[in-house]
Design a protein around this ligand. Structure first.
Ligand SMILES: NC(=O)c1ccc[n+]([C@@H]2O[C@H](COP(=O)([O-])OP(=O)(O)OC[C@H]3O[C@@H](n4cnc5c(N)ncnc54)[C@H](OP(=O)(O)O)[C@@H]3O)[C@@H](O)[C@H]2O)c1
Length: 240
């Protein structure tokens, strides 16, 4: 299989890349940093592209991919932040702040949409089945929100879901063989979840390797003909 992994520096993406290479796939990986798994260049099956995720750099990567004539079977978009050096998730309404809301929305919702937009011409030329996955989160479910908190992260994942559902409907008309998947990995041991792991029982804290293997399996088992599905690591539907 030919795969494109965006946000390839993520812990889940790294596991996905390693397992995909082991099963013989070819990967184009996109990240802000240069390759962190060079030892895995895998006889030319791993190509690493740097991108700063501005609209122009996303367009440039997609133009290069189109030029190379590559046809992807899987595209997986892993970008997402919950906290960084200066921002932590809001416990209460009083913590909501415009800068944080804008930053989290841009990275978690708008950047994935820009990729889906810039990749569309590739799928109109190369007509073959493909699954485009974005890493979403159950906390982005409006129906499932019973605890509140984490305003920016919740809203950004809800927005991601809506943006990709809308894009999936448009792809249905113009690139019918592309299906979309919004994937909730469960709480996974990664830099993103590190500060929030203390109340999670070890059984419920997944390794990136486990999550990657579930994702690879589920991408191959999607219900045909549905433009988009929102499922968790077990393959169970998540309420929108
Ligand atoms: N870990 C969990 O418990 C959990 C639970 C639910 C959902 N998720 C989702 O799973 C996905 C992967 O997360 P992870 O757990 O593997 O986290 P991680 O290791 O912290 O990965 C962070 C990801 O966000 C990207 N990123 C960070 N800062 C960015 C910025 N300023 N601009 C653009 N992209 C930026 C990174 O891209 P680069 O490759 O360019 O560095 C990387 O893909 C995220 O979308 C997350 O929301 C995770």
């Amino acid at each position: 299989m030919q795969q494109l992994v965006i946000g390839a520096g993520s812990a889940i993406a790294q596991a996905l890349i390693q397992q995909s290479l082991q099963q013989g796939d070819s990967i184009v990986a996109v990240s802000r940093q240069a390759s962190s798994c060079e030892e895995l260049s895998a006889g030319g099956r791993l190509r690493w592209l740097q991108c700063d995720y501005t609209e122009s750099s996303i367009d440039a990567v997609c133009a290069e991919l189109q030029e190379s004539g590559v046809a992807f079977d899987r595209v997986t978009i892993c970008n997402g932040i919950l906290h960084d050096e200066s921002l932590s998730p809001e416990k209460r309404l009083e913590n909501a702040a415009i800068e944080r809301l804008e930053t989290v929305m841009r990275i978690n919702a708008f950047i994935p949409l820009l990729w889906v937009k810039a990749l569309k011409p590739l799928f109109k030329v190369k007509r073959k089945p493909c699954v485009i996955t974005a890493l979403s989160a159950r906390v982005g479910s409006i129906g499932d929100n019973e605890r509140g908190g984490w305003y920016a992260y919740r809203a950004s994942k809800a927005a991601l879901n809506m943006l990709l559902k809308t894009a999936a409907l448009e792809y249905q008309r113009e690139a019918k063989l592309v299906q979309f998947l919004l994937f909730h990995p469960g709480t996974t041991d990664s830099p993103l979840s590190k500060p929030f792991q203390k109340n999670i029982s070890p059984k419920k804290l997944f390794t990136p390797q486990f999550v990657a293997s579930q994702l690879l399996r589920l991408q191959g088992e999607l219900t045909p003909d549905l433009p988009i599905q929102f499922i968790d690591w077990q393959g169970k539907q998540v309420e929108w």
